[in-house]
Each structure stands twice: as C-alpha cells, then as structure tokens.
Design a protein around this ligand. Structure first.
Ligand SMILES: [Zn+2]
Length: 374
C-alpha cells in the first residue's frame, strides 16, 4: 500500500472464504484473523501494557470520542502521541467517534456538515465533522484511523438507513481529502466503513462505491447495534466478499466465539469488542467456548485453574476458587485476572482459527461454530 503498510494473504480456506494473512503497520505486524482488545480511554481497563502483551494482543483500539472529551487530543499529542502516552508500542487503531456520537450522546443535531452534541462530562457544545474527526485522529497518532460515519440505529426505516449510508459515503470523501493534506497521511492508514443497516442491497452498493476509492483497509460498521445474531451473520456473509481481496477487512464491535468464527468464514480479518473486559468486571470468564459466572457456588471449592491448557498469567497461577473468592469480595484484582484470561482466550480462539486456515482444516475443525446459532 505504501512503505509503512502492507497486507498479504498467506492461506485461503478451500471450503469457506476464510483467510490467514499478515497486516504490517509502522508499529509492527498483525497476524490475521485476530481479535483486538479495546482500550477506550487509552487503557485496556484494569490491564497494564505488559499484561496486555502477555495476552497475545497485537493491535489495540482506542476511542476518539472518549479521548477527545478527556484528556483531549492536544494533551495526547504533547505527550508524544497515543503509543507513548499509554505505553503501548504495538499497532494501534482509533475509531472515528461516529459510533459513540450516535449511540451515546443525547441532544445531538445531525447536518450535512457534521454532528453537534453536548459533552456528557460538562454539557459543553461539541461539533464533530469528518474533518475534525480526522484532525483528532491525526493528533492521537494511531496506525489505523477510521472514517467518520453515520451509524443508524436498529431498527431503522429503509429510508433513514439510505440517507445515513449516502451521507457516510460523502463524509468518507471529506475524510480522505482532509487526511491526504495531513503530515500523517503516509504513517496512518485510513479505513473506510461500509454502512447500510440490515439491507443487503444498500450494503452491496456501499461496498461497491468504497471499493473504487482504493483505501488501505475496509470495515463493516453498524452491526451489533441490537439486531438478532442471524441478521448480523447474513449481513457479514453478503457484504464481506464484496470488499477488496488484497486489503484487511475489519468487522467493528463483534467479538463472541460464534460471531467471530462465522465472520472469519466470510473473509473477515480483524475484530474488536469490549466483551472480555466488560464481562470480566461482572465476574464472568470465557472458558473453551462457554461463559462461566465465577459467583456460582460450584466454584467455591474448585481448586483447578480456569482452563489448564490456557497459558495466561491467571490460569498459570490461580484457581477457580481464588477467582470466585475475589469476585465475591469485589476485590479489584478479580477484574484484572479475569480480563487477562478473557482477552487471552478470545485472542487464542482467533489464533487457533488462523492456524487451522494455514493447515487447510478450518471448515472441519470449527464446523461446530459455523452452524447457525442454536
Ligand atoms: Zn487463562
């Protein structure tokens, strides 16, 4: 793509659209498919960068909307950029703020120019436009930055989704023009986002026009906003093959076992989701495809690790009984230990899928996950 970014496919599954590849960024490589942990406010909640490295994390996310409100991108830039500020020297991605503006903020006004909303912190009026989003992301300095998009809610009328999708396309062109003028243009890859709600033909139209723009990467946005899992699967299955083959493909906001396996089968490479840390803070653990609640009585005297095959710090050092005790006592260490395990588990799941694609046995090995949701 340029001297800083490259994506190539290493293997393609003979039975599905799944692919194993490598995405090279200025801060290192991402072996795909891979789950990306979310560090909303320039930290993955309760986990230090060293611990995060230990989970197998390669690329990490941060949120433009949240960092713009606190501490503000000028402070991050003065501190030397997001990597230095948060002590993470690996690949990073920032979202555009679009999703948060549309999902979190009340009292917003949308015009062709952009979105105006009240800061939930102090009520100040904030104006976010495609140009501002790019400027903020340029100042934050992540390797991958996202186009500012309009993310329609679910459910939404076809007419509303049509308008949002068309506006997202116009906004993308403004993002591209503005990023091109930035001093960061070469060192930051701008990904475009396919919107279109649950309407396959709108998704297809959006994918077709994005493809013409020859961007360094493409994302599917506006899924996992409350629609049933079978609709997410159908949208991803229909849309992913329409994205360029030789560019990384990112499914935004998705990160359960089944959703990831199905999306990988459609040809998705990257995922992000807050689920491993959020569930960790609720005392839940992902173990071999299941979700366990550590408050459950059966764990009180269970002295085995969460998963004896898991290489994570938590499973190597602590028992289910100890984790259950920490959760019941609401000790802060519970959240750190469960987050470390949950992130490791979801990354290992995508790593195992990656290996099976390289070995040519993905469709057989992961057949149970590729069936429709029960
Ligand atoms: Zn573990």
């Amino acid at each position: 793509m340029n001297q800083f970014f490259e994506y190539y496919t290493q293997a393609i599954c003979p039975d599905t659209g799944a692919r194993a590849g490598v995405f090279r960024t200025p801060h290192g490589i991402v072996e795909t498919p891979r789950f990306m942990p979310v560090g909303t406010l320039a930290n993955v909640k309760t986990v230090t960068p060293d611990q995060l490295r230990g989970t197998g994390a390669q690329m990490v996310l941060a949120n433009t909307y949240h960092l713009h409100l606190q501490p503000g991108e000028d402070i991050v830039a003065e501190a030397g950029g997001l990597h230095r500020f948060m002590g993470w020297d690996g690949p990073m991605l920032t979202d555009s703020g679009g999703f948060q503006v549309f999902s979190l903020s009340q009292m917003r006004t949308i015009t062709e120019e952009g979105v105006t909303f009240r800061s939930p912190r102090d009520g100040a009026r904030i104006n976010l436009t495609p140009e501002r989003s790019i400027e903020i992301q340029n100042a934050l300095g992540a390797d991958v930055i996202m186009a500012f998009d309009e993310c329609p809610p679910y459910p939404a009328s076809r007419e509303a989704v049509e308008l949002a999708t068309a506006r997202t396309e116009r906004w993308l062109k403004r993002c591209i023009d503005h990023h091109r003028k930035s001093s960061q243009a070469q060192r930051q890859a701008l990904f475009g986002i396919v919107q279109g709600g649950v309407y396959p033909d709108l998704r297809a139209q959006a994918a077709a026009s994005l493809q013409k723009l020859d961007l360094p990467g493409y994302a599917i946005g506006g899924v996992s906003v409350g629609e049933p899992p079978e609709l997410i699967e159908a949208i991803v299955k229909a849309t992913t093959p329409l994205l360029p083959e030789h560019k990384p493909r990112y499914l935004m906001g998705v990160g359960t076992y089944r959703e990831m396996a199905q999306a990988i089968a459609s040809g998705i490479d990257l995922f992000d989701c807050v689920i491993p840390t959020r569930l960790g803070r609720h005392g839940a653990a992902f173990v071999r495809g299941e979700r366990w609640n550590l408050k459950n009585a059966r764990f009180r005297r269970d002295y085995a690790p969460l998963d004896e095959e898991c290489p994570c710090y938590t499973c190597q050092n602590f028992s289910r009984a100890y984790l259950s005790h920490l959760v019941r006592s609401q000790e802060l260490l519970a959240y750190t230990l469960l987050s470390i395990h949950n992130i490791t588990e979801l990354i290992r799941f995508t790593q195992r899928i990656r290996q099976s694609i390289l070995d040519g046995c993905f469709a057989q090995e992961f057949a149970a996950w590729l069936k429709p949701a029960p």
